[in-house]
Design a protein around this ligand. Structure first.
Ligand code: SAM
Length: 199
């Protein structure tokens, strides 16, 4: 039973459940995709920090039977998240073997990362952990995206967002921050967007 306003199923959670998504976070990706054209049909999509799988389901629905989605998480996907064109790798994004497996099918056109660290409640520690995951996700994008590819990554606000965007501008033709409407108003997360990976 929810015991505070953060845990109460809100409009977005109820909508996600009724539309067959395992988490409300899908609407953040939907908004990002509508604004930036993040995902393309007939492409290869890499989903980092994918569990329970609402971004993966959105990617599979966008592909509509074409292309391929590779999803990675420490935890399994919800049991009804499946597809003939889905590969799930259970493991740690920091693990060299996981990175090697992710590259088995070749380069990607989109890397999407909603990974969030285990939080402690201490903003300094949590922000530093989030920044570490963002740097790792940028490394995945840098090494696994094909030229022209797109990238989105979640970050806890308060870290060195400007420095990370500077790094992303060396890799992408354009890079910027974006906070979707679907982020809870009290949440301190936002997203960094990198478009059109340089050749
Ligand atoms: C907010 S959830 C992702 C929600 C997902 N995008 C969805 O729509 O269903 C964040 C996920 O990041 C994963 N994560 C955090 N650190 C990770 C790591 N080092 N390796 C793999 N997964 C990680 C967590 O296990 C968690 O499932």
């Amino acid at each position: 039973m929810a015991n505070n306003s953060y845990e109460k199923p809100d409009f977005w959670s109820r909508k996600a459940f009724s539309e067959g998504y395992p988490a409300r976070s899908v609407y953040k990706l939907k908004e990002i995709d509508e604004k930036f054209g993040m995902l393309k049909k007939n492409s290869r999509i890499l989903d980092l920090g994918a569990s329970p799988g609402s971004w993966t389901v959105f990617a599979l629905r966008t592909l509509d039977g074409t292309g391929h989605v590779t999803s990675i998480d420490l935890n399994p996907l919800a049991k009804d998240v499946k597809g003939d064109n889905l590969t799930f790798i259970q493991g740690d994004l920091y693990d060299e073997e996981v990175r090697a497996k992710a590259m088995e099918g070749g380069f990607y056109q989109s890397v999407i990362c909603d990974a969030a660290p285990r939080t402690t409640g201490n903003k300094f520690v949590d922000t530093a952990r989030s920044t570490g995951l963002v740097e790792l996700a940028i490394y995945y994008a840098q090494t696994m995206l094909a030229p022209g590819g797109n990238f989105v990554v979640k970050i806890f606000q308060g870290g060195d967002q400007q420095q990370l965007l500077k790094q992303m501008r060396e890799i992408f033709v354009s890079a910027r921050g974006f906070k979707p409407e679907a982020c809870r108003t009290e949440s301190f997360e936002t997203y960094l967007i990198g478009l059109n990976k340089k050749g």
